[in-house]
Design a protein around this ligand. Structure first.
Ligand code: PFF
Length: 510
């Protein structure tokens, strides 16, 4: 007998001639937690957290970080997983179940996840190309020029698109093919794949850590990473950074956790699973900091520079600083290069397919389109759409879209989500429901967080981001570019979401 404890068929109900659908389910609680951890643990843990921590008070940053985890991260994770599980639907129809009109909002929020996966695959394309180049350490002694000129073929600005970069097209094509193959059987294949893609990067990170810690200078790097600077804690910005990092890192507000929660059985435990997911994710970030800073400490020593001078985040860390450190290793450079880029690929791929699933699950819920078709259609549309990011001007568009989706889209979505569930949904009843089947009891604090604390923080972040955008703009990009790429990528889903909301369902919506 199949070990899959699900049925994925449907029945035609007598009067309405609409289908009622039985959903696929995770084959175990472990599979669900693994998938949730896989979606949360991504590139953000390795290339963003260590730098944010270092530049925001080192060891002292852990205080706002854990405060943010417990006052916003975990409460929202519980909300998202719980809502999906209770409604047995992904974000669009789960919100539609709160209030009919909110289905529109649900489509918009899920649309953000579609937008993220379309540009997130670009980073995986870079990682594929670097995996290839690791073998011969092709970046030589000019890793920065290699990244921007040889690999990206970066033009002078977003107005100059340049041509498609063939190696990156191949990389992004490979990424979409992988996503298609993983998602075509729906949660069935995801349950299996995450058993590899979640532990493997942990093992690889451990290998890199051992290498890093045994290098001279490693301890200088770690000291920079962790030396607490408590004076920074009085700075509001540091607190907002902590919330922003938690938010992105736990993949909140994009419908991902709602979608994944919806594949749980009706009796499934939620609260403790959310707690485990949140702690596993933050633990991985903290751990990754040791890997990154031991290597940077070594690099600083080899180059005779202070640690801050070799320290960057984001693309600069993964595709410039790390390759430099890898070239400087005393032995087995290519092996460690391959390990590092394989780590990035395995970290990113499960975040990518979680994002796609968050969007496509709405189509399954509303029109009962089978997983294989959804995976195929989505990849066939998203692959060409993502090609813009692998042109010569693609890097700029990537940067703009990422900034707007994260700083505006996800923040607005999180805010609306907390308010919708906090005030429009019988939230006390929801809490009782979760307590009825959870290993950890939720007190009234949970409702307080959802109603006031999290939306309050998100509102401050949103206003701050808006003011910054209005007064200074972003990275000197021309307004037309941020208008099209930035606001366009956020608002596009409002229109598409409206259209999808208005299409009649072929599945009975209860
Ligand atoms: N949490 C992922 C990371 O830290 O890299 C990125 C991410 C995935 C963000 C899914 C948002 C999301 F919806």
């Amino acid at each position: 007998m199949s070990r899959w404890a699900f049925v994925d068929d449907f029945t035609i109900t007598g009067e309405s001639k609409l289908m009622t659908v039985t959903r696929q389910q995770w084959h175990s609680r472990t599979a669900f937690i693994m998938a949730a951890v896989g979606s949360a643990v991504g590139l953000g843990n390795v290339w963003r957290f260590p730098y944010v921590a270092y530049s925001s008070g080192g060891g002292a940053f852990l205080i706002p970080y854990f405060v943010a985890l417990f006052t916003a991260g975990i409460p929202m994770l519980i909300l998202e997983m719980g809502l999906g599980q209770r409604m047995q639907r992904g974000a669009p129809l789960a919100f539609g179940g709160v209030r009919k009109r909110l289905q529109w909002f649900g489509w918009w929020a899920a649309g953000l996840s579609a937008a993220i996966v379309i540009y997130y695959t670009t980073i995986l394309a870079w990682a594929w190309v670097y995996l290839w180049h690791s073998v011969g350490l092709s970046w030589g002694d000019k890793p920065e020029a290699f990244f921007f000129e040889t690999v990206l073929r970066r033009t002078s600005g977003p107005g100059e698109i340049g041509g498609l970069v063939p190696a990156l097209v191949l990389g992004i094509g490979l990424t979409w093919l992988t996503i298609y193959l993983i998602l075509r059987k729906g949660v069935r294949s995801v349950s299996n794949v995450v058993m590899i893609t979640v532990p493997l990067p942990m093992v690889l990170l451990t290998v890199l850590l051992i290498r890093g810690l045994t290098l001279p200078g490693a301890m200088d790097g770690i000291r920079y990473y962790l030396t607490p600077d408590f004076s920074k804690l009085t700075d509001l910005k540091i607190w907002l950074k902590a919330y922003g990092q938690i938010f992105f890192s736990l993949s909140l507000a994009s419908g991902v956790m709602i979608g994944y929660g919806s594949y749980l059985g009706k009796k499934a435990e939620i609260t403790n699973s959310a707690l485990i997911t949140g702690l596993a994710n933050c633990g991985t970030s903290f751990f990754a900091g040791f890997v990154v800073f031991s290597m940077l400490g070594y690099l600083a020593q080899v180059q005779g520079l202070p640690v801050p001078d070799v320290t960057t985040s984001g693309t600069g860390l993964a595709f410039v600083a790390f390759p430099t450190a890898i070239s400087q290793l005393p032995a087995l450079n290519a092996v460690f290069g391959v390990i590092f880029f394989l780590t990035l690929l395995t970290l990113g791929i499960d975040s990518a397919f979680a994002l796609q699933e968050a969007f496509t699950t709405g189509f399954h819920d509303k029109w009962h389109i089978p997983p294989e078709k959804l995976a195929r259609y989505f990849c066939l549309v998203a692959f060409p759409a993502s090609l813009i990011f692998v042109t010569g001007g693609g890097f700029y568009w990537f940067d703009i879209v990422d900034k707007w989706i994260c700083d505006f889209g996800l923040v607005i979505s999180g805010l609306a989500q907390c308010l919708a569930v906090g005030f429009l949904y019988p939230v006390r009843d929801f809490r009782d429901y979760l307590n009825g089947q959870s290993e950890v009891r939720l007190g009234p604090w949970w409702i307080w967080m959802l109603r006031y604390v999290t939306p309050g923080v998100l509102l401050v972040i949103l206003v701050g981001n808006l003011m910054q955008e209005i007064t200074v703009g972003y990275e000197g990009y021309p307004r037309w570019a941020t208008l099209i790429g930035g606001w366009g990528s956020v608002l596009f889903w409002v229109v598409l979401g409206y259209w999808l909301w208005k299409r009649p369902a072929t599945v009975e919506l209860d």
